[in-house]
Design a protein around this ligand. Structure first.
Ligand code: CUA
Length: 355
């Protein structure tokens, strides 16, 4: 736990420390943590100090010691003190916790035009995250993506808050990106919400924080905080269906076409969706813009670069994943389909064009 709190993985924007907040709710939680740590540290030092003092002061002193030291029974001042002091400490902690809850639990506002607010819905699934973008800046969006959440950065005088609606499709999960906000559970049959806002761009890492089965530890969170322009560009791309770039010569590649045919003929489409094609499964991650994501398997392994040449698939992580996901993420709900080498290669080539 300590290691997780203090972890500083790859540079300043990728750590998981609650003591390095980048968003108002995370800052409130840091202040509360520091106060609670200070109070409990003081109590610990006082109690242990008195204990050590007593052990040393009243230890048995060899042969000269005779019988027990003087015994004291009943002391009103001491009893009042040790009742009043803890009551006071608890009272202070209750007040401060209530104030923090107040700051962290902001009810989502109504979407309005030009309010720069992003509304998205997160669905926790074994063991990945589904994101549906609902509204941004008063515009209805309505597309779905997976595992990598993109949000806009706030600027001086232009806050761009993010409100998330949290649901679960199976068991309890918990959304936790320590530098942005506290944990919020995703509970079957219940709708929760949370918010954050940050003025620092970059990648923020997180982790499912509620045990949800075999691959709980590999249900990783990635939040990209983009500049407004980059975010708008990303939104524009994600809203498009399949075949966004008609000039891409790769789309005329015969093996890509064969791959698409094979993909649409296999059981892939029972679970996965590629918008603009007959693949409409909603049980597994939406693949429409698969290659715009940097990782596979909910942040576990790097995805191939989106401009990867199609000729030689050697070392392709996507190929490795499609061939058999089980050695990479044991227990995950995608099986190995035992496809032939050629068919598998073609399907991966098709997937590589989903930008
Ligand atoms: Cu999802 Cu733990």
């Amino acid at each position: 736990m300590i290691a997780l709190l203090l972890a500083n993985a790859d540079g300043p924007t990728q750590n998981l420390s609650i003591f390095d907040p980048a968003s108002p709710p995370a800052e409130s939680i840091r202040q509360l943590s520091v106060l609670v740590l200070a109070i409990t540290a003081f109590i610990f030092i006082a109690v242990e100090g008195i204990l050590i003092y007593s052990i040393v002061r009243f230890r048995r002193r060899g042969a000269t010691a005779t019988g027990e030291p003087p015994q004291v029974y009943g002391s009103k001042p001491i009893e009042i003190a040790w009742t009043a002091a803890p009551a006071l400490v608890v009272f202070v902690l209750v007040l401060v916790s209530a104030r923090t809850l107040w700051e962290v639990n902001v009810p989502p506002p109504q979407p309005r035009e030009r309010d720069n607010t992003l509304f998205a819905t997160v669905v926790g699934r074994q063991w990945w995250w589904e994101y549906t973008y609902d509204h941004y800046n008063g515009r209805a969006l309505g597309f779905t993506t997976a595992n990598e959440l993109h949000v806009p950065v706030s600027e001086e005088g232009i806050p761009r808050p993010v409100f998330l609606t949290l649901k679960s499709a199976d068991v309890c999960h918990s959304f936790w990106v320590p530098r942005l906000a506290g944990k919020t559970d995703l509970i079957p049959g219940r709708i929760n919400s949370m918010w954050f806002q940050t003025d620092r761009t970059g990648l923020y890492l997180g982790q499912c924080a509620e045990y949800c089965g075999t691959q709980h530890a590999n249900m990783l969170l990635r939040v990209y905080v983009d500049t407004p322009d980059k975010f708008e560009h990303w939104l524009e791309l994600q809203q498009k269906d399949r075949w966004p770039d008609k000039d891409d010569p790769r789309l005329r590649d015969e093996r890509v076409r064969a791959g698409e045919k094979a993909f649409l003929a296999q059981s892939c489409i029972n679970c996965h969706a590629v918008r603009g094609t007959p693949a409409k499964g909603t049980y597994a991650p939406d693949l429409t813009h698969l290659m715009s994501r940097r990782t596979l398997a909910s942040g576990m392994i790097p995805n191939d670069p989106d401009d990867r040449p199609l000729d030689d698939l050697k070392g392709s992580k996507l190929l490795e994943w499609v061939a058999d996901p089980q050695p990479i993420k044991p227990g995950c709900l995608m099986p190995s389909f035992g496809l032939g080498d050629r068919k598998r290669g073609d399907i991966v080539r098709y997937l590589l064009t989903l930008r």
